[in-house]
Structures are given as structure tokens and as C-alpha cells.
Design a binder for this molecule. Structure first.
Ligand code: RP5
Length: 161
């Protein structure tokens, strides 16, 4: 089945965080393709992968990178598909570098940038689900059920004595 969502990260070292996005896509039954490709280290392969995804009917691309995090911006420069950026935590600046590099896009080439790290990875996937749910009633129902379950979990949680 052709991927509806592309998930790209700058390095295999990003996978631990980005597996939180993959888990959600899997749980919602969304066909996705995940790759480690870099804007700096493999620019041609990145460009080809984006073109292939677009040709095969993908609806959005989640892009994660850390440090000088240009990946999401470069992907957005190559496609008009919605690009959801996830800044990776980084060794020296704890992901603030990734966030600023990703979020400060020039006018005309948008990247929807999420929180640094696991919450951002999960929320980018949930955002992709929400976009796909606009034209998929069954998926919209699964998303509503997920939100309902989440609400119940918070309401029924008890603090320790
Ligand atoms: C970025 O540099 C990657 O997205 C990763 O977050 C960071 C470190 O990459 P590695 O040196 O672990 O490959 O390009």
C-alpha cells in the first residue's frame, strides 16, 4: 500500500524519538514510510524520496532533525505537500537550536513546527491523522475515540496518597 504519510529524520539516531510518531501512525492504521535521510549529507537521495512520495500520493511529510535542522525546510522547498517539522533534542543545546532552525522559515515556504522531542513526534503524527481524517470518516471516528479515551484517562487518574 502506498504511503499516505512520509516520515523522514536526519539520522538513525533520531529514531528513538521518532518511533513515537511511527507508533501513532501504526495504531491508527495509516500507511507510512519512514527513512533516515539528511538535508546535508544525502541531499540528492532526499529530493528523490520526496518526489517519489508525492508521485505515489502521499498527503503530508513529517520531518525531524536536530542541531542545524534544515531537513524540514528543505523538504518544504521541494514539495507543496504539508510538512510537519519535529525538532530533535540535541547534545549541546537541548534542541533549542533544532527548534529555532526549524521554526524560522522564510515567508512562502511553511513548515508546521511541533514541540521538541517525543511530544512533538507524537503530536505531528496526531496532526497528520487529523488532516487525513478530514476526508476519511472512519479515521475521524477513531480519532474522536482516541481523544475521548485520553480525556477519561485524565479524569479517572488518582494522585498518590
Ligand atoms: C542531525 O544531527 C540529525 O537529525 C540528528 O538529530 C543530529 C545528529 O546526527 P548523528 O550525528 O547522530 O547522525 O542531522
Amino acid at each position: 500500500m502506498a504511503a499516505l504519510v512520509g516520515v523522514v529524520m536526519g539520522s538513525t539516531s533520531d529514531w528513538e524519538v521518532m518511533s513515537h510518531a511511527a507508533r501513532i501512525l501504526k495504531d491508527f492504521g495509516i500507511a507510512y514510510e519512514a527513512r533516515a535521510l539528511s538535508a546535508h549529507r544525502t541531499p540528492e537521495a532526499l529530493e528523490q524520496w520526496v518526489a517519489g512520495l508525492e508521485r505515489d500520493g502521499a498527503k503530508c511529510i513529517i520531518a525531524a532533525a536536530g542541531g542545524a535542522a534544515h531537513l524540514a525546510g528543505v523538504v518544504a522547498a521541494k514539495t507543496a505537500l504539508p510538512v510537519l517539522g519535529v525538532p530533535m533534542p540535541s547534545k549541546h543545546l537541548q534542541g533549542l537550536d533544532s527548534l529555532l532552525a526549524m521554526v524560522q522559515m522564510p515567508r512562502g515556504i511553511p513548515v508546521a513546527t511541533f514541540a521538541i522531542g517525543e511530544a512533538g513526534a507524537a503530536n505531528a503524527a496526531l496532526f497528520a491523522v487529523a488532516m487525513l481524517a478530514l476526508s476519511d470518516e472512519a479515521l475521524a471516528k477513531r480519532l474522536a475515540a482516541f481523544r475521548q479515551q485520553q480525556t477519561q484517562a485524565v479524569l479517572s487518574a488518582r494522585l498518590p496518597e
